[in-house]
Design a protein around this ligand. Structure first.
Ligand code: 26Y
Length: 821
């Protein structure tokens, strides 16, 4: 990684001031006296965008002149959060802008709060894409992100009487100062209809798709500023519109009925982000969304390629690499085949050679319910030509399998892209592996499980194709921007190179035992806790003790992430305190942030239970000076930025083998929180980096989980043998936490008992409880805790997304940086 050379950007406070005022006048049509914070935000953003666009032009010209190979990151989700603060930091203009606004009588921090989050993603996978874009630009790598310009991002969460309510998110309602519409690059996307088989003079069979419907894709570009602001790449998001061009041919040639029946409202395609992660919805519109953005993006890529290389397809895969962010864009594989075979008229093998040198696929999950499968009949209806191509790909692939394992139909059935169930399904994971030159998991343990459990025979077929690239996070957003006090302290101690070379943080290790530094470090933590306490008060009315341990679990609500394990432990602590008021524990505030998929009943029940237990504890004078429980509504990127710097403890407690990587674990540790976690995902690698003394590991390993499942797990065994577990679960059946409504929390108990406790909360309970005791003791020793916190920050160098991107470049993409002057 290189250091940020910001010498090229000379922009004075006076110039910024002038530019902001100019935009206040001519873009916003207001003036300094009338402007509210929102207007200041827009004017400040417009002033920044001027600089951004200048660098964007230079970057694009440079990439064009140098005819650079580029990575095209296809993702249904980009969880960008806010952009103003980020862009200022990456231009190294944050302090200058702060000062400029102060002179105008405006607080930058208030202005930043005006920006709505760009929440075009659900969680980890979408945020990873955003961190990767930041690193790609920072490392001067030619890259373009391709996705969907959702009108509504992830729903806004409200909590009413303890329950989650979903409200639409309208992030663009008052305009988005960062995006630029590019009508000159509109694409058309065919849908539905039928395929005609034609026979050419040479006997060649030609397939012609007569679509029943055509929609328009309108591109919106969001500039992505690298740290140091040399390279500015783009994120190109497609918005659907109805096509004004009406396909009369289709009508005349028999598609009339189809065209009428399937006349989906074109605008609905990019209307809303599907809010489920890790559980398939299987909705037709979702498949259309996937195809829509892949088709637009491929056309865009091909147009750009042809401008430089004409009809010479031999160099396509040298110039273009497409990274598939999970299987959500996997339909791009048959789409590229369709273009090459039907349109360009290449022979199948040549086309397939190009495809399989172009695509690479990242797997983010092993959960069976998250592995995408689409009904053959659905694809057939929406994309009649693609289903033919998928069958052809599968046919040729199965011949290869036959060669490797002659006569073995069991393996064939297992590897087949088509699942031969009553309702035939297309397995998008298998399609992605077959159509890509590289496949990767997102943490060492996860990649090992992908290789051994998910796609074992694929490793035998194509040795070396399955790889690992451990996830990372951008330290610009997740330390420099979100934690200015800690950043300043670090800068004073070891200099200011760490944001672009995070391994330099290791120099902090030298001071881990230094009392003065420990005090400085913990003083910063204390200030951040005070700021979060104020925010908690503001958002919920709850007062918390800032001397208490701030214990944070923030992530999507899912059984495998086991927020309910955290909850039953909190209930146990509550019970211990009630039974023994002198029970020895340092005051602790348990803070949650989590959205549940709207259709995931048990996840919503867990949110309800957390809130009900919180109400009871927070209002119980016997314990509320020792325990508080806070559920912060509407968890999102901008809220994470406020919570993470204030965390003492990071809860990473998934059932081993279920969390592919996790990235919140990295963000929290980077900001000096100590992890209490299982040996799952990237926790394992975090433990390796920080050492066993600086993390609280508990619970079963992946192998132990597998063994217990095999042997047969019965949660009742634990229920009847552990009095605390029994008492806490039984408590859920009473109306103690929901007065007048007994049974309102029973679904939780049921899931952990008669429901079979699929994620083995009870099996890990005792070990979790022990780890919490150890944590409590460790916190009492101020110096020991400070040392642990410092070492966590110091040892996070590996988890910069710059390292992840360097790994992708070396192991998969083979890109070279292109310096933009
Ligand atoms: C198929 C559809 C319902 C679906 C939509 C979104 C399925 C999955 C998802 C999102 C998955 C996701 O966010 N996975 C997370 O990816 C992170 C980045 O690699 C990992 O750190 C994290 O462990 C994993 O759960």
């Amino acid at each position: 990684a290189k250091s940020a050379d910001t010498s090229s950007i000379t922009y004075s406070k006076a110039q910024i001031k002038q530019s902001i005022v100019k935009h206040l006048h001519s873009t916003l049509g207001t003036d300094e006296n009338k402007a509210n914070n929102h207007a200041w935000w827009k004017a400040t953003s417009a002033a920044m965008q001027e600089l951004v666009l200048e660098r964007l032009r230079t970057t694009q010209k440079t990439h064009y002149i140098n005819d650079t190979r580029a990575v095209h990151y296809f993702s249904a989700e980009f969880l960008m959060g806010r952009l103003l603060s980020n862009n200022m930091h990456n231009f190294n203009l944050f302090e200058t802008a702060d000062a400029a606004l102060k002179e105008l009588g405006v607080e930058l921090t208030d202005v930043l709060e005006e920006e709505p989050d760009m929440a075009l993603g659900n969680g980890g996978l979408g945020r990873l894409a955003a961190c990767f874009l930041d690193s790609l630009a920072t490392m001067d790598l030619p890259a373009i992100g391709y996705g969907i310009h959702y009108e509504h991002g992830l729903f806004r969460q409200e909590i009413k009487n303890g329950a989650q309510i979903e409200r639409p998110d309208s992030w663009r309602h008052y305009g988005n100062p960062w995006e630029i519409c590019r009508p000159e690059s509109i694409q058309e996307v065919p849908l539905f209809g039928y395929v005609e088989t034609k026979y050419g003079a040479n006997g060649r069979v030609k397939k012609e798709w007569h679509p029943g419907n055509i929609v328009k894709g309108v591109p919106w570009d969001i500039p992505i500023v690298g740290y140091g602001a040399k390279t500015v790449n783009v994120l190109r998001l497609w918005q659907s519109e109805s096509s004004d061009y009406f396909n009369w041919d289709v009508f005349n040639s028999g598609g009339y009925v189809d065209a009428q029946r399937e006349n989906i409202q074109a605008e609905t395609i990019s209307k809303v982000l599907y809010p489920n992660d890790e559980t398939r919805a299987g909705k037709e519109l979702r498949l259309i969304q996937q195809y829509f953005f892949c088709a637009c993006s491929l056309k865009d890529i091909i147009r750009r390629y042809k401008r430089a290389h004409g009809d010479d397809w031999s160099r396509f895969s040298e110039q273009v690499v497409i990274q598939l962010n999970d299987t959500h864009p996997a339909i791009a594989i048959p789409e590229l085949m369709r273009i090459l075979v039907d349109r360009v008229e290449l022979d199948w093998d040549t086309a397939w050679g190009i495809c399989t040198k172009t695509f690479a696929y990242t797997n983010h999950t092993l959960l069976p319910e998250a592995l995408e499968r689409w009904p053959v009949r659905m694809i057939e209806k929406i994309l009649p030509r693609h289903i033919e191509i998928i069958y052809e790909i599968n046919h040729r692939f199965l011949s290869l399998v036959e060669k490797k394992w002659p006569g073995n139909n069991v393996i064939k059935a297992k590897l087949s892209i088509i699942e031969e169930s009553t309702e035939k399904m297309v397995r998008m994971g298998n399609l992605s592996v077959v159509g890509s030159f590289a496949v990767n998991g997102v943490a060492e343990i996860h990649s090992k499980l992908v290789k051994e459990n998910l796609f074992p025979e694929f490793e035998a077929l194509w040795p070396g194709k399955l790889k690992n690239v451990t996830n990372g996070i951008t330290p610009r957003r997740w330390l420099k921007a979100c934690n200015p006090l800690l950043s300043e302290l670090i800068g004073k101690k070891i200099g200011n190179d760490w944001p672009s070379d995070l391994t330099r943080l290791n120099k902090l290790s030298e001071f881990a035992d230094n009392t003065t530094f420990q005090n400085q470090f913990m003083k910063v933590k204390q200030k951040n806790k005070e700021a979060l306490a104020a925010e908690i008060k503001h958002l919920t009315g709850i007062s918390v003790d800032t001397k208490a341990i701030f214990d944070i679990q923030i992530k999507r609500l899912h059984e495998y992430k086991r927020q309910h394990l955290n909850l039953i432990h909190i209930m146990a602590l509550y019970k211990r305190l009630l039974e023994d008021p002198s029970y020895d524990m340092h005051p602790r505030v348990f803070i949650f942030g989590a959205k549940a998929a709207p259709g995931y009943t048990l996840a919503k029940d867990i949110i309800f239970a957390i809130n009900k237990v919180a109400d009871k504890i927070n209002n119980d004078p016997r314990v509320n000076h020792i325990i508080k429980v806070v559920f912060l509504p509407n968890y999102r990127v901008s809220l994470a930025e406020k919570m993470i710097p204030a965390a003492d403890v990071s809860q990473q407690i998934s059932t081993a083998g279920k969390e592919a990587s996790g990235t919140g674990n990295m963000k929290l540790a980077l900001n000096g929180a100590i992890t209490i976690g299982t040996l799952d995902g990237a926790n394992i690698e975090i433990a390796e980096e920080v050492g066993d003394d600086n993390i609280f590991i508990f619970g079963m390993t992946v192998d132990e989980v597998t063994e217990l499942s095999k042997k047969g797990y019965n949660p009742f065994d634990i229920y009847y043998h552990n009095n605390e577990v029994k008492a806490v679960l039984d408590w859920l059946d009473t109306d103690y936490f929901t007065p007048g409504q007994p049974g309102a929390l029973s679904s939780l108990k049921n899931s952990m008992l008669s429901g079979g406790d699929p994620y083995m909360c009870l099996a890990d309970y005792e070990s979790y409880s022990e780890a919490n005791r150890a944590l409590n003791i460790a916190y009492r020793d101020k110096s020991r805790w400070a040392k642990m916190a410092i070492l966590n920050t110091a040892k996070m160098g590996k988890f910069t997304s710059d390292r992840s991107i360097a790994d992708y470049v070396e192991r998969i993409w083979k890109l070279t940086p292109c310096t933009v002057e």
